[in-house]
Design a protein around this ligand. Structure first.
Ligand SMILES: [Zn+2]
Ligand SMILES: [Zn+2]
Length: 278
């Protein structure tokens, strides 16, 4: 199994990331991609990748960090001038396999208010430009913003790579999923597919999205330290639990774990060209 989206670069793993990485590889996880959400966590993801075989990095600015004035040159929080140039430099490291997580988020979090949509869009579009320049796939974060994201992707279709990337932690309705698939994107699922019921503000059970998505378009992820799958919910999530996600996808689709493992591994390798990197 491959975990294509986690955050071992976050504080939650500061003390024990080495042990967490080892536990994943010992359990049968073969590759892990750490994802940045602003300049410093992107740098950290690259550092981790440089020091470990089978660890890779995706670098970018999350919509939560799109709101630093002065406008119209939005800067990620605390990152100073020229963030897109800084990001480009970071992204040139050979262990960087994609640009993200970037996108749009209209969910009101306790810890983070909704960033002005204009800023979110600008920061997202600049990062689409970077995928074009560096020929890297996108890893998209969407929450309650499917329509705006699809509009932008259609507008900038000629700038997208082939394949264009993936929607991480897929949510939304079947109509959005169909559009995502039609644009050629892969779809990432996390431990929240094991949760009962439908999340606040959503209309469609994630289990139905899993069932609808063809296996050859699915990639597996954990979003560690968040979204711990059942029955481990309540504790910190770790990349090892991507195996639970794989098993659950198999159960939903009536496939064996081996079938899910084989195809999703192939998908991740293909999307991020992991075998071409060391
Ligand atoms: Zn995300
Ligand atoms: Zn994430």
């Amino acid at each position: 199994m491959i975990d294509v989206h986690c955050h071992l670069n976050f504080h939650a793993f500061e003390k024990d990331y080495e042990a967490v990485i080892k536990s994943a590889f010992d359990a049968g996880v073969t590759k892990i991609i750490n994802v940045g959400t602003k300049i410093d966590s992107s740098k950290k993801a690259v550092e981790l990748a440089k020091n470990h075989k089978n660890l890779y990095a995706i670098v970018g600015v999350h919509p939560h960090h799109a709101d630093k004035p002065p406008h119209p040159n939005p800067l990620p929080k605390g990152e100073g001038e020229g963030w897109i140039e800084q990001l480009e430099n970071i992204a040139k490291n050979p262990k960087v396999v994609g640009i993200g997580e970037c996108g749009i988020d209209y969910y009101r979090y306790k810890s983070n208010d909704i960033v002005a949509s204009k800023l979110q869009k600008e920061v997202f579009i600049k990062q689409i430009g970077l995928t074009y320049k560096l020929k890297l796939p996108l890893q998209i974060h969407n929450r309650h913003a499917g329509k705006d994201i699809i509009d932008i992707l259609i507008n900038y279709k000629s700038y997208l790579s082939n394949p264009p990337g993936m929607f991480h932690c897929m949510s939304g309705d079947l109509d959005l999923l169909k559009k995502v698939l039609n644009l050629g994107f892969y779809v990432g699922f996390d431990g929240n597919i094991t949760y009962r019921g439908i999340a606040k503000g959503e209309t469609t059970d994630l289990k139905d999205l899993v069932k609808y998505t063809p296996l050859d378009r699915i990639v597996t992820e954990t979003d560690s330290p968040f979204l711990t799958p059942e029955p481990k919910r309540g504790s910190r999530n770790i990349p090892k639990h991507v195996i639970i996600v794989g098993r659950f996808i198999g159960k939903l689709k009536g496939l064996t774990f081996a079938e899910v493992e084989e195809q999703t591994t192939k998908n991740a390798n293909q999307l991020f060209q992991l075998n071409a990197k060391r």
